[in-house]
Design a protein around this ligand. Sequence first.
Ligand SMILES: [Zn+2]
Length: 233
Amino acid sequence: MSNSLQVTEGIISRVIPFRENDQIITIFSPDAGLIKVIYKKKRNLKAGLERLCAPLSRVEVVYSERQGEIFNCSEMTCIETFPNLRKDLLFLEAACDMLQVVSLSQMPGKEAKQLYALLLFFLKKIPQSLYPWTLAASFRLKLLKHDGLMYFPMTCLECGLFLEEEAYTQECECFCSLHKPENGLVWNQEELLHLNQLALLQNFSELSSIQLDEQLFNRIRALFAAGIELERL
Ligand SMILES: [Zn+2]
């Protein structure tokens, strides 16, 4: 691996203290997926930069690659801190949910330009949304689609039937009632409509007008967890 300097922007998803004065910072970047860098606080204290290294900040980072998973950060500049997200606990929770699913699913070194653009778009839109958790659910489904783990609109894997009235999923595979698996999750017509809308809608005002009940959100979480398990196998 080369020691040349790399420059990328990214969103900080995690900061953990390391040694006496340093931090290991995980950043989700468009060019290199999730990267971890060691950030030397001491070096940057004078410049008053340490406050920048908080989760949910968008930064530009200069780092040198080296053997191993953790890179050396030589410079970090803040682009924005999303102050509007910090005005309401609900906004913050939805934003953290998105960062968490990125951390769970994305790989180091795997480019994710589209997903990064989507995350940035949602982080900016959350404070304008009536139902921030709708955006969080939508982000989970769009991520499954982005990673090729699930396809929308949902069709039966066996016969190709467009699943409008009833569907069964096992892991992230979808089936009609004729081909249903033994232990599949069942989805009714209204839920299917929501799943397809959340995964496919591009228009923010249409998307953000969807009100989800908690039960459906929890089922989407379960679907997502199954998809991520699959990716890890
Ligand atoms: Zn079928």
